[in-house]
Design a protein around this ligand. Structure first.
Ligand SMILES: Cc1cc2nc3c(=O)[nH]c(=O)nc-3n(C[C@H](O)[C@H](O)[C@H](O)COP(=O)(O)OP(=O)(O)OC[C@H]3O[C@@H](n4cnc5c(N)ncnc54)[C@H](O)[C@@H]3O)c2cc1C
Length: 467
């Protein structure tokens, strides 16, 4: 098992290097780990997996009911959703099949719902049903006045995005993939047989290259001579409401979509909170993950119409993620066989859902580019710590606590995170490098006090493990 965070990167050439340890890059690495004869590296700029767009989204496992029929995205979302639901079950990634309601607030939107049901059918999703006003009110009694009807999409689920990326990466590393963190690729070049990836930690060499660099995929693509797309970061700001708000909403409440995207939604999270967002703002800056007063005010205004009671609830946090939007409507996945190179660009709003199907697709393209995959093996399953409210947490399990009292000693009281869970995360295959990384593995400091009560203890435990 190799995870490196410092020192020089290895000199011996890899069969495949994957740039980017987001949910997509980690899924690709995991798929390649099925082939034991391959030497695979993941090269990541930051100090943890899933630190880019993959950590800041709306965490919905989509059915793909509203994708553009016939597009690559539609196929990979449809297949990926099924694959990820099964994988989550096997790996302990929390998923709740709460279903979605596309709510119509005026006659025009109401008239659009049958077309959306038809589109769902074209995407192979046949369970969507039109609901009248009364049915909608019964299902969501706290909706604001003026909701006329809805399209019910029972297959939409909520999922933990942090555990998903970590599960893929953990499984990949346990099966021999090298994960090089803190290794921003500054320059790419191709010799007669090898790619050369110049990083801050030396130059890494690989026969085949996969560019899964998310927001930066276009920059790396240009270094290899391609000019197929430009990433325009599309910021999505969100507000997280405290767990007391959870009783107000049972489904994912979606608006009728517009050309700019899926619009502002209200959705429960697997951690027991409620999300309001995201915005859709096209920006120039690929680091602009801040929140703005104007956008938060806009979200509150939209939220007031959807679920008026939500605005009386406490806000736990705000955050923003950047979608890797491009000038094209579909993913920009391109194989360049003459360069033994694959671009995985433009994975905008659905990459979490589609990740496992994207990984299978890329494996096929690598083989098409001439990579000898060699024999295939089944991967040893991983079992991830449960971060979901709908499943038993360690502090709720008397037998577990009797066997190991650390699971009964709460450190973060808001999120009910025990010392045992923090200890396990710090000793895991890919341990966190910051207290924020620890939060994404345990929920410690993610609750209503945002670490005011437990922050010092969490930091002491974290620093103790680094010593
Ligand atoms: C607001 C919002 C809501 C969303 N909601 C959903 C949803 O509900 N469901 C869903 O399925 N999807 C959703 N998405 C989309 C989903 O989050 C993305 O499609 C997915 O996270 C993309 O993953 P990625 O691995 O391609 O990119 P990233 O997670 O950004 O990973 C790319 C990685 O590459 C690294 N990198 C970049 N340049 C270099 C370099 N030069 N050298 C080394 N490393 C580099 C970065 O550090 C980063 O870690 C949403 C996105 C946003 C922003």
């Amino acid at each position: 098992m190799t995870v490196t965070v410092g020192g020089l990167v290895p000199q011996a050439a890899y069969d495949v290097a994957v740039i980017g340890a987001g949910v997509v890059g980690c899924a690709i690495a995991r798929a390649l780990a099925r082939h034991p004869s391959l030497r695979v590296a993941v090269v990541e700029a930051q100090d943890d997996v899933g630190q880019g767009t993959s950590k800041a989204n709306t965490a919905i496992l989509h059915t793909g009911f509203d994708a553009v029929p016939g597009s690559l995205e539609a196929r990979l979302v449809r297949e990926g959703a099924r694959q990820l639901a099964a994988y989550a079950d096997e790996s302990g990634i929390p998923v709740e099949p709460v279903g979605a309601l596309l709510v119509a607030w005026d006659e025009e939107q109401l008239a659009a719902l049958p077309r959306l049901a038809e589109k769902a059918g074209h995407n192979g999703y046949r369970d969507a049903r039109l609901w009248g006003h009364a049915e909608l009110r019964d299902a969501e009694p706290h909706l604001g006045p003026g909701a006329l009807g809805a399209l019910h999409v029972p297959g939409e689920s909520i999922i933990c995005p942090w555990t998903t990326t970590l599960a893929y990466a953990t499984q990949a590393v346990r099966h021999g993939v090298d994960l090089h963190l803190n290794s921003p690729v500054e320059q790419l070049s191709r010799g007669p047989r090898l790619h050369h990836l110049r990083t801050a930690r030396g130059t890494l060499h690989a026969r085949h290259l996969v560019n899964a660099a998310g927001l930066h995929a276009d920059i790396l693509d240009r270094q290899l001579g391609h000019d197929d797309f430009t990433v325009t970061p599309r910021r999505g700001q969100l507000i997280v409401f405290d767990t007391f708000a959870r009783a107000l909403v049972r489904h994912i409440l979606l608006p009728v979509p517009t050309a700019l995207g899926k619009g502002v939604l209200v959705a429960p999270t697997v951690y027991g909170n409620v999300l309001l967002g995201p915005t859709a703002e096209d920006l120039d800056d690929k680091r602009a993950t801040g929140s703005t007063a104007d956008a938060l005010a806009l979200l509150r205004e939209k939220g007031r119409r959807i679920l008026p009671g939500l605005l009386d609830e406490e806000v736990t946090a705000v955050y923003a993620g950047l979608r890797a939007a491009t000038e094209h409507d579909d993913y920009r996945i391109t194989a360049h066989p003459d360069q033994s190179y694959i671009t995985v660009g433009g994975i905008r709003s659905t990459g979490l859902t589609a990740s496992l199907a994207i990984a299978d697709h890329i494996t096929g393209l690598l083989a098409g580019n001439g990579l000898e995959l060699g024999p295939t093996r089944d991967l040893e399953p991983v079992r991830m710590p449960n971060l979901g409210e709908a499943f038993p947490r360690p502090h709720q399990q008397p037998r577990l606590i009797a066997a190991d009292p650390e699971y009964g000693t709460l450190v973060c009281h808001c999120e009910r995170v025990s010392r045992g869970e923090i200890r396990d995360a710090l000793a895991s295959t890919i341990p966190p490098r910051t207290v924020d990384g620890l939060r994404r593995r345990t929920r410690a400091r993610a609750g209503r006090c945002q670490g005011f009560y437990c922050g010092a203890t969490v930091r002491a435990l974290f620093e103790g493990a680094q010593a």
